[in-house]
Ligand binder design. Sequence first.
Ligand SMILES: [Cu+2]
Length: 174
Amino acid sequence: MSIHSPAEGWFRAPTGFERAWIGLALTWCLVMSIAMPWWHFKGKQNSTGESYRVKPMEFMTRVESSVAAGKVGEEQGIPIVEPAPGGDVYLLAQMWRFYPILKLKAGQTYRLHVSSVDVQHGFSLLPMNMNFHVLPGYDHVLTITPTTRGTFSVICNEFCGIGHHQMTGKIIVE
Ligand SMILES: [Cu+2]
């Protein structure tokens, strides 16, 4: 609380550069306020927020049956799964790995289900700029259409314990 009120006529309207900067900042605030919701609907990398409750062991069962149905190979003990184009794809995050390795076809659309069986993990697809939370108890469905062929790394970007730095996965697009 101030003891004295400011003298009459203390206010001085901004002029010159100060006025220009306030104008620029205000304009940018408006641009960002419009851009954020616009990008949410327009940006193809955004999740639609489709998710379902699932018990971790139930999700594990679905992952195992997708592996049994679409296994085409193995790499360092981790199965490589080639799911039917247009179908459901399952990716499990678990301390400290992503399971299995996925082999997808460019131009085909898939429903990628991601979930965790233990703690919170992160799904970060490199070198694309895609980041999603992977939470136990939630089956997060990402509708994806790979367009670029190659091998992509999936890394966990949510600190999940001692082996966090080793938690990587792989998606192959042909
Ligand atoms: Cu992690």
